[in-house]
Design a protein around this ligand. Structure first.
Ligand code: DSN
Length: 429
């Protein structure tokens, strides 16, 4: 069908490949890219076919400003059931008193919590971005750094783990309204009990951003921050393996403030198709199969770490408690940027990342960040990840045989197909 001549009736019944072959072809190309590479970006995953179906559903058609039972639009009776299921499942999965499942993404979750309990100019305390934090944890170019008075804590130069004495000393001096723990490039357990003690000592509220390790929490493989924190924010698309989106958990006393901060404070109509997919993601996260998957993510991260160390690379903190590893490249010829580019040449996808006390710029960096959730979803086990570690070490050496390494990557990808036979992809496969 030539789309420019399509009739209204044809437009109403045709699929994407007929109506927009350009986008259909690009989606097919993206699927092939995902199938043909080793995906090690710690914040990415391959979500479940069931989640893809929910995201592509008719719930995208519905306006539903407000909350279940309190909407500003008619016709929300089914959407209310969908959103209520997502809320109930989030609360059950993490043992939380209240859940808001409307934030479009992780940045909005933190923005909403700050807006719920702080005024512009109030003091926020969080881990520095270049030592493992996040842009929305008060970086100067982000809304959080522009709106609030920010005091950052860092990691100990000796252990490269959070220096809790430093956190306490800084908190006593700055008297923050909110202390944030968690981050996007911190390979070790976030000790929320120790943060709670510090927050109590200075009268601060405590927020844990568990976006990276939420799946491990759901599986009981990392301590549940809900136990010690006033607020817990997360995305659903990293270790949790759900749709690209966010959600907030909090104590009941903050429920109204959080809900108002999300809508009408910063968002209008919620993305109910994505909320349906969040509900599905939470349901899947309650299964034994999901818990086994998370345990494999952890074993694979340890196996990858051991292989990298055996191959001569250095790791920040020497290893990991989670799904992510930070490789310290200061002993190599390569910068983080050069390593990312070299690995891209052999179809291994990673991101450059600053390491604590990095002397290079955030665009160049002295590190790369690696994570195991996505390839574990494909089926990789410890043996596969040891081979991935060996491939990375060889690729970053001076005498790398890039063609040979590319073949080894292709063999691993062929061993564990992605979205093989999923009927929702018949258009694009
Ligand atoms: N959460 C970041 C990451 O870890 O990649 C992106 O904002």
């Amino acid at each position: 069908m030539a789309t420019t001549q399509a009739t209204f009736e044809e437009l109403k019944h045709a699929g994407l490949d007929e109506i927009d072959p350009d986008i259909a072809a690009l989606l097919a190309k993206e699927l092939e890219r995902q199938r043909g590479q080793i995906e090690l970006i710690a914040s990415e995953n391959f979500t479940w076919p069931a989640v893809l179906e929910a995201v592509g559903s008719v719930a995208t058609n519905k306006y539903a400003e407000g909350y279940p039972g309190r909407r500003y639009y008619g016709g929300c009776e089914v959407i209310d059931e969908i959103e209520q299921l997502a809320i109930d499942r989030a609360k059950e999965l993490f043992g939380a008193e209240h859940a808001n499942v409307q934030p479009h993404a992780g940045a909005q979750t933190n923005m909403a919590v700050y807006a719920a309990v702080m005024e512009p100019g109030d003091t926020l305390m969080a881990l520095r971005l270049d030592q493992g934090g996040h842009l929305t944890h008060g970086h100067k170019v982000n809304f959080s750094g522009r709106l609030y008075s920010v005091v950052h804590y860092g990691v100990s130069p000796e252990t490269l783990t959070v220096d809790y004495d430093d956190v306490l000393a800084k908190a006593k001096e700055a008297r923050p309204k909110v202390i944030v723990c968690g981050g996007s490039a911190y390979p070790r357990t976030v000790e929320t009990d120790r943060f709670r003690a510090i927050a109590d000592e200075v009268g601060a509220l405590l927020l844990c951003d568990m976006a990276h390790f939420a799946g491990l929490v759901a599986a009981g493989l990392q301590p549940n921050p809900v136990e010690h924190c006033d607020f817990v924010t997360s995305t659903t698309h990293k270790t949790l393996a759900g749709p690209r989106a966010g959600f907030i958990l909090c104590r009941e006393e903050h429920a109204k403030a959080v809900d108002s901060a999300v809508m009408p404070g910063m968002q209008g109509g919620p993305l109910e198709h994505t909320i349906a997919a969040k509900a599905t993601c939470f349901r899947i996260a309650m299964t034994d199969a999901f818990r086994s998957y998370q345990a494999q993510i952890r074993r694979n991260a340890d196996a990858l770490g051991e292989a990298l160390l055996e191959g001569g690379l250095a790791l920040v903190t020497g290893g990991t408690d989670t799904h992510l590893l930070l490789v310290d490249l200061r002993g190599s010829e390569l910068t983080g940027k050069a390593a990312e580019e070299r690995l891209h040449e052999i179809d291994v996808t990673v991101n450059r990342n600053t390491i604590p006390f990095d002397e290079r710029s955030p665009f160049v960096t002295s590190g790369i960040r690696l994570g195991t959730p996505a390839m574990t979803m494909r089926g990789f086990d410890e043996g596969d990840f040891r081979e991935v570690g060996a491939i990375i070490c060889e690729a970053l050496s001076e005498s790398a045989d890039l063609d040979g390494l590319r073949s080894r990557v292709a063999a691993l990808c062929a061993k564990w197909p992605l979205y093989d036979g999923f009927r929702g992809y018949t258009h694009y496969a």
